[in-house]
Design a protein around this ligand. Structure first.
Ligand code: NAD
Ligand code: WQD
Length: 338
């Protein structure tokens, strides 16, 4: 019998790519999503790509009875926990919503797992927990810095909750994955990132400018202490990220306790380099203007991925060009949302 994974937030951007990866690797999949930022259509496309069926449950991680029912009806081997709210700006204006959904929601999920004797968990954390990193590349040993948003603090708080669970309950196997900047889409062009309204993130914004949905990209600052003055980030292809989850689950299966891994490429690119790469991939020119720095942004943040490479036998292989090519293919297949 195949092992079954519960994917919370599996109708969203990263969770849907992970669902394809796990189905293709022979796992059975149950997706729990409240569709606050995902859709049943995405899940149908996951089935089309993988040519396998899965169980989709519309529900909420904060709904105890829903969780209880899922764990009693399914023999769940592990949980991949993607469900969460992710807008930095929104979290500043509505912090309670972020703490309730991201922190309380994860606590409910872990309680239901404990009750059901399901103790393997892979959690979507973020490089945002490093704040303004004291050094680059950033390793997992780097102190988690002063955080500028409730979103970042919600990730950091969940990490602490999970540390406490692992310390109190040695039967748990927990992977905390700190993603750098996820980008790109599945090469089929069937699933990708679908921001509601104006995108906050660089690559979806560039894609929409290239497609003519938006007039101009605002480049937030060209006076950072970086080679061309614009912000430097570690963009990682969402497919590499999805594969990192498979490797992480296999690794924690062999080792109990809590483990933290950076998922990044180890290479930083500036905003201007990303624009150029997108122009080449799409054959379109990107209209941009330099603006003032965005509040809360750091000059640079890129990963030391050595620990994941050594312990997970995983490496991000896809290039910036592949990220841009796949992001553009997905963009051309998309319809405007707002
Ligand atoms: P996404 O919004 O596309 O996917 C999240 C999914 O979770 C959505 O489908 C949404 O409907 C669902 N969801 C939200 N709250 C829920 C709840 N209470 N119950 C059930 N479902 C719920 O986001 P994503 O980009 O795929 O991110 C996935 C995870 O990775 C998030 O936890 C995010 O914080 C984290 N992360 C994302 C990035 C990024 O840049 N995309 C970077 C680092 C970490
Ligand atoms: C990248 C670079 C911007 C948009 C955020 C979250 C982080 C994580 C990933 C979830 C920066 C510049 C951007 C634009 C621009 N999410 N930029 N014009 O800020 O590194 O990380 O998403 O966990 O928590 O903070 O990503 O894509 O927003 O920005 O010039 O319209 O692009 O200043 O240098 P960021 P981003």
């Amino acid at each position: 019998m195949n092992k079954k994974v519960l994917i919370t937030g599996g109708a969203g951007y990263i969770g849907s790519h992970a669902a394809v990866t796990f189905l293709e690797a022979g796992y059975d999949v149950v997706i729990l999503d409240n569709f606050s930022n995902g859709s049943a259509d995405t899940v149908r496309r996951v089935e089309d790509i993988s040519k396998r069926g899965l169980r989709l449950i519309e529900g909420d991680i904060r709904d105890k009875s829903c969780l209880h029912q899922i764990f009693s009806e399914n023999e769940v081997y592990a949980v991949l926990h993607f469900a969460g709210l992710k807008s930095v700006a929104e979290s500043v204006s509505d912090p309670l919503r972020y703490y309730e959904n991201n922190v309380a929601g994860t606590v409910f999920l872990c309680e239901a797992m404990e009750e059901a004797n399901v103790r393997r968990l892979v959690f979507s954390s973020s490089a945002t927990v490093y704040g303004d990193p004291v050094e680059n590349p950033v390793s997992e040993r780097c102190l988690t810095g002063k955080l500028s948003s409730p979103y970042g603090r919600s990730k950091s708080m969940v990490e602490e909750v999970l540390q406490d669970i692992a310390a109190a309950k040695p039967a748990w196997h927990i992977a905390i994955l700190r993603y750098f900047n996820p980008a790109g889409a599945h090469p089929s062009g069937l699933i990708g990132e679908s921001p509601n309204g104006p995108p906050n993130n660089l690559i979806p914004y560039i894609s929409q400018v290239a497609a003519g949905w938006r007039d101009v990209l605002r480049v937030f600052g060209d006076d950072y202490p970086t080679p061309d003055g614009t912000g430097v980030r570690d963009y990682i292809h969402v497919q590499d990220l999805a594969e990192g989850h498979l490797s992480a689950l296999e690794a924690i299966n062999k080792r109990a306790g809590l483990h933290i891994w950076n998922l990044g490429t180890g290479r930083g690119y500036s905003v201007l380099e990303v624009i150029r790469a997108f122009e080449i991939a799409s054959g379109r020119s990107i209209n941009f203007e330099i603006e003032r720095r965005r509040l809360g942004d750091v000059a640079e943040c890129w990963a030391d991925p050595t620990k994941a490479q050594m312990e997970l036998n995983w490496k991000a292989n896809r290039s910036l060009t592949e990220m841009m090519t796949d992001a553009w293919r997905w963009q051309k297949n998309s319809l405007p949302s707002a």
